[in-house]
Design a protein around this ligand. Sequence first.
Ligand SMILES: Cc1cc2nc3c(=O)[nH]c(=O)nc-3n(C[C@H](O)[C@H](O)[C@H](O)COP(=O)(O)O)c2cc1C
Length: 316
Amino acid sequence: MKIILAPMEGVVDHLMRDMLTRIGGYDLCITEFIRIVDQKLPARVFTRFCPELQNGGKTVAGTPVRVQLLGQDPNWLAENAVRAVELGSPGVDLNFGCPAKTVNKSRGGAVLLKETEQLYLIVKAVRDAVPAQFPVSAKIRLGYDDTSLTLANAAAIASAGASMLTVHARTKSDGYRPPAYWPWIARIKQQTDIPLVANGEIWNAADAALCQQQANCSDIMLGRGALAMPNLAQSIRSGAAAMPWPQVLELLMRYSEFEINGDKGQYYANRIKQWFSYLKLQYPQAADLFQQLRVLRKSSDILATLNQALLHSQHA
Ligand SMILES: Cc1cc2nc3c(=O)[nH]c(=O)nc-3n(C[C@H](O)[C@H](O)[C@H](O)COP(=O)(O)O)c2cc1C
């Protein structure tokens, strides 16, 4: 079983990857998408999204981090993919699942799921350009509005030479509404010869087991669940209980200190609030604390509130 930490724009940055891979259980991380339009991006853009490139393409804990690209132009994607691996990314992942309007308007992300031939051309161009020893993977949803092209799209991506396909088992129109249609992954597997990774709606070890069974697929990718339960990968591997709340608070403090002092300090308040929106699903204490944090804008106020909660939990 491989467990992959999902790419999540605006949430899973290098600090989050650092923390979650230190807790352990992950075999691979995928970065937030880097949008490619009509140029070869400078190295600094790649290292901003993936500072791990300066650490041999791995997190501090040693987990490989693969750069994800999003775009619609095969040649520009290929050129940037080559640059990503030259800079140290252990492979490249291609995003064909992003539902964002701005991205889809410029024919990137999920809208490409309506264009099977274009999917093929993109994967083929990137695969042909990137040296063979580096994996080129892709991530799809089941479709844009419906599942009429699911099997054709998976087959196109496989025949273009992709080495792995992650399937978020919902259409773009389904958004993030449960359920995820895991049996669709088993259908893809029956028809298409490519290593698959099942993704969507895995929140605990029982979900993971059911997903693996219904998808007939042992490799899984964890997104929001990984944020709701920071030790989810370990829990799936060993049956461990959810990390106790005081330990989560310590993580929150560590994340805050890094994030505030890092290059993206201005995003801290939003990022921590977004993380809370997932923690609330697992920890009732997070819901209470979020009530206090919600109205705070200044990093120092948020940090002080977290600190207080930590002290309180240690003396409880
Ligand atoms: C806030 C947010 C940001 C995301 N950003 C990306 C992204 O940059 N690239 C991508 O391929 N998927 C992205 N996704 C989709 C996730 O990788 C994953 O496929 C989806 O959340 C379903 O998995 P889950 O149910 O385990 O969360 C994002 C999802 C969320 C909620």
